[in-house]
Design a binder for this molecule. Sequence first.
Ligand SMILES: Cc1cc2nc3c(=O)[nH]c(=O)nc-3n(C[C@H](O)[C@H](O)[C@H](O)COP(=O)(O)OP(=O)(O)OC[C@H]3O[C@@H](n4cnc5c(N)ncnc54)[C@H](O)[C@@H]3O)c2cc1C
Length: 403
Amino acid sequence: MEFSLDLNSEQRELRDWVHGFAAEAVRPAAAEWDEREETPWPVLQEAAKIGLYGFEFLANAWADPSGLSMCLANEELFWGDAGIAMSIMGTSLAVAAIFGNGDPEQLAEWVPQCFGTESEPAVAAFCSTEPEAGSDVAAMRTRAVYDEATDEWVLNGQKAFATNGGIAAVHVVTASVDPSLGSRGQAAFVVPPGTPGLHSTRKLKKLGLRASHTADVFLDDVRLPSSCLLGGRERLEERLAKARSGERSGGQASMRTFELSRPTVGAQALGIARAAYEYALDYAKQRVQFGRPIIENQGIAFALADMKMEIDAARLLVWRAAWMGRNNRPFSAGEGSMSKLKAGEVAVDVTSRAVQILGGAGFTREHPVERWYRDAKIYTIFEGTSEIQRLVIARAISGMPLR
Ligand SMILES: Cc1cc2nc3c(=O)[nH]c(=O)nc-3n(C[C@H](O)[C@H](O)[C@H](O)COP(=O)(O)OP(=O)(O)OC[C@H]3O[C@@H](n4cnc5c(N)ncnc54)[C@H](O)[C@@H]3O)c2cc1C
């Protein structure tokens, strides 16, 4: 479909509906859950009740042929609060991995379990990063070995920084099935609820996104029925054979998941940036120094002008990439990476300027800008750091095997 900046009535409705929930249920709860550093189950339950948390919501948003609905929903929800919003949206990373790599039966079996029920929502985790394999996905050490005798996969290894790790009903775990092939020898597995051998010991205390649970996950002789290999054995063997023969393959499990989600992640960063910009604009109109509102100083007004311009510029990149992804356009210049890189850096810059505009008040917990400043920083780190996004773009535009 053609790219358009004119939102249709369904998109506007979705945006306004999510905004309403963000304003009424998320923003007012933000400070409490940030302090508690716990998953906000009551808010999740509210989201499930109104249909904002669940597969139907994601499927409808993904179905939008323009690609924009997921961006609209994420921007609004993260405008409310990033930590709570990540608790709501974190599951979608695992669901996207099942959707992107699994077959229809796997989708039908596991996706409902990722979300739980309306009255008892569950969360899911996507576990790819490891202590020795962050940006360098090919360095993954977690091994999956097929046991012919029992028709099971046996997983051993350690995952790091997993959103919802250990508290998830369903964990989607990437593992190496053929280490000699690097990232092309990896596959994604579903670890069903209650599987022995998967455990988590350490919940991480973080700078931001504190309402979202992040933890290490250990896999000790985790035995999985062969049906837990996403996409099935035949497809895996075909992919491995291609890789062994040096032929290009469709890509490895975790990279494909990241590709699908980059503009959405950019939209999350935009939500935080917009919240901070709006708050700082209001404050600058109210706060009087030297007998006039501080916005009457060009130093402040120009900062706000730049903040607004950068947010809008980032949104254009995010929407373009979302549209390109949905409409199968080739990312010839790393446009997906561009969108996440720009939005992440804008969020860090805008929230920092917002703290500055509030002065001492901005540094205190009396105002939310300090939280937004802390939350924004993750957007230059996860889902590929800013440096890695630049690497993707530089490789795409140069055609060179840059390191
Ligand atoms: C709150 C939070 C939630 C997360 N959620 C998940 C999750 O749900 N699932 C999951 O799998 N992971 C998750 N992660 C992990 C996240 O994706 C990684 O932290 C990220 O990919 C970076 O890896 P690393 O931390 O090992 O950094 P490293 O790879 O060690 O990088 C350290 C620094 O070196 C730079 N660097 C590395 N290589 C290069 C290079 N070639 N050129 C230039 N610079 C380079 C990086 O850009 C960075 O600045 C999460 C992390 C956090 C903090």
